[in-house]
Design a protein. Structure first.
Length: 342
């Protein structure tokens, strides 16, 4: 019989459709064609094919916009938001508007032509984490921005382009995203009632039950959430309470690189390299002046990473109700992933 499960943080309902249960082999693999371009614009030696670099982790003695880099950050060639200008907040009747001010940066994660984290070594992924952290810190200095989202799109069905070069994106926003605000509100309500971080309690319960843990390292745990929206959805939490990703400790960076490589390799093995979206949810910049708004965020919020494979389609029922239908119970997904040797 199908089960309705409620997300403990945001209160969203999910239908776990056990009667339609699907295993990894039941999901049809989507083939992705390589770009027909003669040279990948993100590979080392093609620096002139991208906008001028904002930052690069370079080897000693190499010049800007030349070979010799390990991780390179450039502006998006087609930015969704632009840095130049003022917000100009205004009303139009009962509606609110502002200019499309923000920043849109591409983090080129390797000088070699590799498509995803499974193709990179842990040291290279650690460099990506360090550079992304430093770029978020730098963007936070712009008082127009309230939030920076780090995200990755892997595969055409997940919104990536046909150029299969491992890269992620940073988007600085003048408002806090609704998805993050829902989690902030849910976490604050839980803390007001129990004086504990809801995410820390989730980690504790998952370790006790041990049925939805897909992978685990010294500092991080990857679980298939109790109310997973999508088959093989994953959430990676630091075991130590921390609201802000930019405060990640040096020894945690290597461990985060390890678990990112392992879980993406497991997904690639189990599901034949599925398209997926990866997003980082961290505490917004603490500049709000409203009394009490940020009073408990250091105690009640807990940064985390979501990985959402694109294996099913969101259709009319989901759009009309806000429910999601997941044909793979998270307990089964975790079992499959846990058993994969990497």
């Amino acid at each position: 019989m199908p089960e309705l499960r409620k997300d403990p943080v945001v209160g969203r309902w999910v239908i776990i459709s056990t009667e339609r249960a699907k295993r990894p082999k039941d999901f049809v693999a989507q083939t992705v064609e390589e770009s027909n371009e003669t040279a990948c614009p993100f590979c080392e030696g093609q620096e002139s094919q991208t906008p001028t670099e904002i930052f690069a982790l370079r080897r000693h003695g190499t010049a800007k916009n030349t070979p010799g880099w390990d991780v390179r950050v450039v502006p998006s060639i087609a930015p969704i938001l632009k840095v130049e200008g003022n917000l100009d907040r205004r009303g139009k009747g009962m509606c609110d508007m502002m200019n499309g001010i923000g920043a849109h940066e591409i983090v080129i994660e390797t000088p070699k032509h590799a498509s995803d984290y499974p193709d990179l070594d842990e040291e290279q992924i650690a460099k990506v984490i360090m550079v992304s952290r430093d770029r978020i810190v730098d963007l936070s200095r712009d008082i127009r921005f309230k939030y920076v989202l780090f995200f990755r799109n892997h595969g055409l069905l997940a919104g990536a382009s046909a150029i299969r070069h491992s890269r992620s994106q940073l988007m600085a926003l003048p408002v806090n995203p609704k998805r993050v605000k829902e989690k902030l509100i849910g976490a604050r309500k839980y803390f007001e009632y129990k004086e504990r971080c809801i995410f820390c309690d989730i980690i504790k319960q998952e370790k006790e039950q041990s049925v939805r843990i897909a992978d685990e390292t010294s500092d991080f745990i990857a679980i298939t959430p109790f109310a997973s929206r999508f088959p093989f959805e994953l959430c990676i939490y630091p075991k130590e309470h921390s609201p802000d990703f930019t405060n990640i400790k040096k020894h945690q960076i290597g461990d985060l690189a390890k678990i990112l490589k392992r879980v993406t390799t497991k997904l690639k093995t189990a599901l034949n390299d599925p398209p997926y979206n990866l997003t980082l949810h961290s505490a917004p910049f603490k500049r709000m002046t409203r009394s009490g708004y940020w009073k408990t965020v250091d105690d009640d919020f807990h940064w985390h990473i979501e990985i959402l494979p694109s294996l099913t389609r969101v259709a009319g029922f989901e759009w009309g109700t806000g429910f999601y239908i997941n044909p793979t119970p998270p307990e089964e997904a975790a079992k499959y992933l846990k058993e994969i040797e990497v």
